[in-house]
Design a protein around this ligand. Structure first.
Ligand code: FAD
Ligand code: DLZ
Ligand code: SF4
Length: 512
């Protein structure tokens, strides 16, 4: 009797036509879905992130079964569960007569290394299929990058616009004659505004079972389950998508960089967990956004701004992740060594901006881009926290975090630890920027206008101290010429006071 094909379907491969399964014969295949301890604990993922992934996996398995696939589903609390993907493949090979393994490439170097072992370990042919959910293949990205001194997202993005035809007019030019409307995307959210709220989905029986199991098994992991709100099925994710397109997209462009107390979502889509695990398709979503523009439902700065995030940034960071290799994670250009302060897990700090961003992260496993970049990321950067510690935190706490997308954003864009492959200058700022873009400073115990003294906003002294500490590596950066000139123009005793202020704060931070 000839054997079957074993197709492991990983937790972020929940797409309708995942390449490993696409056009396979249902009779000849066994789809293996594995809940394993190793994936939940290689870093201590937020409880809600684990619950989201496991519940989405369970719902997806039911859909696949209803379509006639044979699904072998291993639950986390199965007493024989070996705890790892490789261990579960070994067990599945004992249960079934298998003559080959087929899998879509994984989203992490760690898992790819594991898969590369399988042929030797199991003595079976292993086919690794390319992940077709992205617009650029690895080859496309490498071809684009070849020979370039700088890999700027903007130029890659234009290639992706041309490749997809999104917001390209009949003459092959960008809609509105401009590629990028970023400068029209920087309004602070001030004045009377009606902010749309995403749908909060109530847990069904399957989700409740998972929530109970996660609460029980991962009680020492960060985060709360009390506010669990995720869609866990394709239908619900589609519903959330429509809500975003109708209510938030029209103003997404204007307020993309805004920050507001007590408003975790603003005009963002909250769709990243669904895009990254496969419940939503990125290109379909962008086509719908472009259609809304063509139907004159949304302005060009909104449609372009949104599409840029997906076919630009999202594709670009993936390209960088795979191009830079498995040791990208170890880079530390600025040699930052400080441990992550404990308040990153509690939000217990007097810095109101940090308390807001971290507090909602603990509650919701979500923060929007500017909170990640200009609040928690900016603070870690100017305080000299180890980029590896910062990376681990971001990978743990966000429901959308998988290494291919999280690492380049954290280590590259936010911490400048790759020396400028992604960002042309460090995203470092004083309290001034935060005050301009948010209302946070109005209810903070610190004074954003002060640099020195008990009440001075910590971001101020830390910002200048960061530039001072890293002169050797950053002084030659043209984009920092202005701030360095300002620093040099300051009286020498002012500079000393700033250094002292920063040192006292950092000293205190280490004791927390
Ligand atoms: P929206 O603002 O509505 O944007 C729409 C979509 O665009 C997002 O859903 C996402 O798919 C995509 N997108 C936007 N910005 C980026 C970007 N810089 N890189 C990749 N995709 C982008 N995004 C993740 O998906 N996973 C991560 O682990 C992650 N870690 C990050 C860590 C740091 C330090 C920073 C600065 C950014 C990180 N991002 C990450 C990017 C971005 O912050 C999130 O994609 C976004 O906040 C998700 O919320 P949203 O769906 O409401 O996004
Ligand atoms: C993140 C995660 C978690 C917490 N648990 C599982 C799991 O039990 N089973 C599974 O297939 N996937 C899980 N994942 C997602 C994987 O870590 C992800 O598929 C890999 O990191 C590849 O990107
Ligand atoms: Fe943050 Fe400083 Fe503003 Fe306080 S004053 S909210 S610490 S930027």
């Amino acid at each position: 009797m000839s054997g079957k094909t074993l197709i492991p379907v990983l937790g972020d491969q929940l797409s309708k036509n995942i390449s490993s399964v696409y056009q396979q014969n249902r009779e000849n295949c066994i789809l293996l879905m594995m809940e394993v301890d190793e994936e939940a604990t290689y870093v201590r993922h937020h409880k809600a992130k684990i619950a989201y992934i496991l519940s989405a996996m369970r719902h997806h398995a039911k859909t696949l079964e209803a379509q006639g696939w044979l699904v072998d589903y291993v639950k986390l609390d199965d007493p024989d569960n070996s705890g790892s993907f490789s261990g579960e493949i070994a067990r599945a090979l004992e249960r079934h007569h298998i003559n080959e393994i087929r899998i879509t490439e994984a989203g992490e170097w760690r898992i790819m290394a594991m898969i590369e072992n399988w042929e030797d370990r199991f003595g079976l042919p292993v086919t690794v299929c390319p992940d077709k959910r992205f617009i650029a293949t690895h080859q496309d990205f490498d071809d684009w990058a070849a020979g370039k001194k700088q890999l700027r997202m903007e130029f890659f993005y234009r290639e992706m616009r041309r490749k997809t035809g999104l917001l390209i007019d009949q003459d092959g030019k960008p809609e509105g004659d401009k590629w990028n409307y970023d400068s029209a995307n920087r309004k602070p959210a001030k004045g009377k505004l009606s902010i749309p709220q995403p749908i909060r989905f109530q847990p069904d029986e399957t989700t409740q079972e998972v929530l109970d199991m996660v609460a029980d098994r991962f009680s020492d992991h960060p985060g709360s389950l009390d506010h669990f709100h995720f869609a866990v099925t394709r239908q619900d994710a589609e519903q959330q998508k429509r809500k975003f397109l109708d209510d938030a997209l029209p103003r997404f462009g204007d307020y993309q960089d805004a920050l507001l107390s007590g408003e975790p979502f603003l005009w963002h889509s909250i769709l990243s967990p669904y895009l990254n695990s496969g419940l939503l398709d990125p290109l379909d979503l962008c086509r719908e956004v472009a259609q809304r523009y063509h139907d004159q439902d949304v302005p060009l700065n909104a449609a372009e701004g949104f599409i840029r995030q997906i076919i630009g940034w999202r594709e670009y960071v993936r390209g960088i992740y795979w191009r830079e290799g498995p040791d990208y994670v170890d880079r530390n250009h600025l040699d930052a060594q400080r441990p992550l302060p404990a308040f990153y897990y509690t939000g217990d700090t007097d810095m109101h901006c940090m308390a807001e961003a971290i507090g909602q992260t603990i509650d919701l496993a979500y923060a929007h881009h500017i909170q990640r970049l200009m609040i928690t990321g900016n603070f870690a950067l100017i305080a000299g926290i180890s980029p590896q510690a910062v990376h681990q935190w971001y990978l743990e706490v966000y429901a959308d975090a998988y290494e291919w997308v999280e690492l380049p954003n954290t280590l590259g864009m936010s911490q400048f630890a790759d020396g400028g492959i992604i960002a042309s200058k460090p995203y470092a700022s004083s309290g001034n920027y935060i005050n301009k873009m948010s209302d946070y400073c109005q209810s903070c115990r610190y004074d954003v206008k002060q640099r020195i003294g008990e009440d001075a906003c910590p971001f101020n002294a830390l910002y200048w101290d960061f530039l001072d500490r890293n002169q050797e590596k950053l002084h030659g950066n043209n984009r920092l010429a202005m701030p360095y000139r300002t620093w040099e123009w300051m009286e020498s005793h002012t500079r000393d006071q700033i250094r002292k202020q920063a040192a006292t704060f950092l000293d205190q931070l280490s004791k927390n």
